[in-house]
Structures are given as structure tokens and as C-alpha cells.
Design a protein around this ligand. Sequence first.
Ligand code: LMR
Length: 393
Amino acid sequence: MFETLTAPAPDKIFQLTGQFAADPRPGKVDLLVGLYRNADGVTPVMGAVKEAERRILEAQTTKAYLGFAGDAAFISGMRDLLLADAVPEARIAGIATVGGTSAMRQILELVRTLTPDAQVWVSDPSWPIHAGMTDHLGLARRSYRYLDRNTNGLDRDGMMDDLRNARAGDVIVLHGCCHNPTGADLTLADWEEVAAICLKTGAIPLVDMAYQGFGAGLVEDAAGTRLLAQKVPTLFLAASCSKNFGLYRERAGVALIATSEGARAAAQGHLTAMNRNNFSFPPDHGARCVDLILHDADLRQMWDAELTAMRDSMTRNRRALADALRAETGSDRFGFFAAHQGMFSLIGASPAQVAALREDHGIYVVGDGRMNVAGLTVDNIPKVARGLAAVLG
Ligand code: LMR
């Protein structure tokens, strides 16, 4: 069966991790995969998660199946974290999923099942799986302009002009905050505009929320999504607990649909059937940790403080890199590092420049020029600034 086939292209984000591990140079810098790293370069298990795990280990008496939708308390905790009181509970359907990626997958597969002619609008650029998954499912894909490559900020007019071409039933994929890979986010006025476009065209927004709490704060990062949820008749929401709870490999996430009260039961039934047909039961361990953290005042406080420390460290890294580049180049052209939000910035490098950073300076960024700012440290920032200035300056 496979004799005549070639392997698909390797994943763009994970492709270089093997090469990084094999690189013998002592000062090499890993700015690749979206993993938070502390000042020692470690991706820690959060203290609140450790404590939740301890309690689970002590109290759990069975591993019997839960429902296909997953743990109801986890889903309602995530619903409150994401949407607060923007939409009444009676209008929201939800399932636990295998991380945020499978939340995207369940929603897009549901779209294909129910409205196979829908087009899926993906920002240019975006997290590669948005396009990859859409193509994999055989859905028609359209792209909308997103980044102004001169300023490294949002191309607002280009984005809105493109989205005005969406048709009724099309799906518009939006990054809730901390846009991956660019780091350039929408303002509340931009979210208002997107809502108006959805109302006018009948397109349905699908918000991918993978970094809530990594931008400006838990509430601030959800403000655009909440605004949208209040305005549009249907909202799809895919959320991940990988980054803000540091649960990466445990695979915890939710897929939510905010719809009318009358349509909620049908939406819930379709989501639940999607889980049953794809993997029956979502994983429970990570979801249970999140449930405990969100519903216990002490754990919640501990988690909030840890999340704030992670966010502050990324913000400090951004400012320190922008300052070091200003000193290195005598210009403000890298000021965008400080203006961007979250884990990533697109540094504006060609593939040849990305290779030069790697080969000449031992600085590893993803092939499209995406840098994980959580990989910066006080020690490596001067080296990274020198490398960037030499290659891009
Ligand atoms: C990333 O963008 O680096 C992370 O979300 C990891 C992934 O699954 O791609």
C-alpha cells in the first residue's frame, strides 16, 4: 500500500527541534515550539497543577468512563473562564476535547458534516494547522490578509476588506488573543468590526483561544471573544489548557458553541456525537486538574499568581529584546517586539535569513520567522539581539 508513496512534509513547527537537539554548540538558543520556559529554560509543571494532581491521586476511587462530552464541571469552569456572563449558560453547548487542536477539529468536522459548502477563512499567516486541518477535511479554504509586513502590526483594512467577501454559513477563524505566529492582536474596535461583518454576511466566527492569560490578562484576553459572543447569533469557540495551565501533553481543551436557547440541545447532541465517533471519551486527567483549580479558591489564587508571573516574564523578555535591539541598531525598527502580545512574534525574516540565524548564530526560530519569546532569557537576549541585528539589520 505504501510502496509508491512518499511521506508528507514534516510539521513546520516541530521540524527543527531534532536539529536543535543535535547541535553541539553550547550557546544555542531554542525559540521554536510554543512551550513556556522559565528563566532556567525549563517548562515547569505549575504548582497549582501539582497540588491538584496530589488531591486527585488521594481522592480518586475509579477510572470508570465519564460521558462522551467529558466532565461537566470542567466544561462549565472553562465556559465561565472564557465567556463569563457574556452569554447565558442556557445558550452554550460544550464538550471536552483532546487539547485545543481537537476542539478545532471537532468544530470544523461538524461544519463539514452540516454545511459542506462552507468556506473556512484563515488569516495569512496563521498557525499552520488551521490551513492544514481545513485542507485535510476537504473544506474550501480562503485566506484573509492579516499582517502589515512594513509595520509588523495588523493590516486592519486588508483584513476587513477580505472578510467582507465571506458568504452566509462560511466560518471565519480568529485568534482570541496572542495571534500565532505574528503577535499582532485585534483591538476592541477591530472585534466590533468583525462582529458587524459577521452579522452582515451571515458568516460564523470560530475563535481559537490557545493563550488566554498570556497577553494582557485573563479578562482582557477574552474581551474580544466576549464582545463577539454578545453580538452574533452563533459563535464557535475552541480553547486550549495547554499553555495557561501548562498541561501540554495531558491534552485538555473544550469546544463550545454559543447559539440560541432553542438550538442548544441540537448543538450539544452534534458535539457529543462528534466525540463519540472520533474517540468516544476525551482524556480526563488534565481536565480534572483544571476543574479543581477553577473551583477551589486557594488553587485558583495560586494558579492566577503563577500565570501572572509567566505573562510578566514574557512581557519583560519582549521589552528587553526591543531595548537591546535599539542599542544594537540605533533604530526603533524592532520596537514591534514590545508592542506584540503573547508567546510569539514574527521577526520578518526570509527563509535564507532564518537559516543564517541558525547556522551562523545558533539561534533557532521556526522557518516562517516565528520566534517564541518565552525562550529568551537575561543571558541569551544580548546574543539574540546581536544575531538579529547582523542578519536583519
Ligand atoms: C505551537 O504553535 O508551537 C504550539 O501550539 C504547538 C503546536 O501544536 O503547534
